[in-house]
Design a protein around this ligand. Structure first.
Ligand SMILES: [Zn+2]
Length: 160
């Protein structure tokens, strides 16, 4: 049984919820938010709301904004890495690349170039060990633009 915390107590302790031990009018024996609403009723209400077109829009806006924050970006990276390591994710990626290659020429060129740098078998005929840095852009001004072939290979998440 949950400990009874009055609204006043919760307010003084800086809590967001309190517990009266009295059922709400729909029969839920649960905590209440400081504004008095039962948390079960509230979650039912919001679940219903997010199924409506307006609710879907609100949620989309929220996630769009959230994905722009550092926390959101980190979460997105994590979940997409997890997804792309599954069979389904790998298949999706393959299909996506195939489709994009056929319609997006710059993408195809970029991919070809990166493959040439990435794959050891294409550089091996030049007797370059995979640990040697390959200049991506040869420029006397910015000679720092060196890319490690081994780094590129390890970052290559696609199946060949
Ligand atoms: Zn309720």
């Amino acid at each position: 049984m949950q400990k009874i915390i009055t609204k006043q107590e919760a307010l003084t302790k800086g809590l967001k919820r309190y517990f009266t031990g009295i059922k709400c009018k729909y029969g839920h024996l649960s905590e209440r938010y400081i504004n008095g609403s039962c948390i079960v009723c509230d979650s039912i209400k919001s679940a219903r709301y997010y199924k409506t077109p307006k609710g879907k829009k609100t949620r989309a806006v929220f996630f769009n904004n959230f994905s722009k924050t550092e926390k959101g970006k980190a979460l997105n990276r994590k979940s997409s890495n997890e997804y792309y390591s599954t069979r389904k994710g790998k298949d999706y990626k393959k299909n996506y690349q195939r489709k994009r290659r056929s319609i997006d020429i710059p993408y195809k060129i970029r991919e070809n170039i990166s493959k040439r740098v990435k794959c050891p078998q294409t550089t091996n005929h030049l007797n370059i060990p995979s640990s040697v840095s390959v200049p991506l852009i040869v420029s006397p001004v910015n000679s720092k633009l060196l890319v490690h072939t081994s780094t590129l290979c390890s970052s290559n998440v696609f199946d060949h």
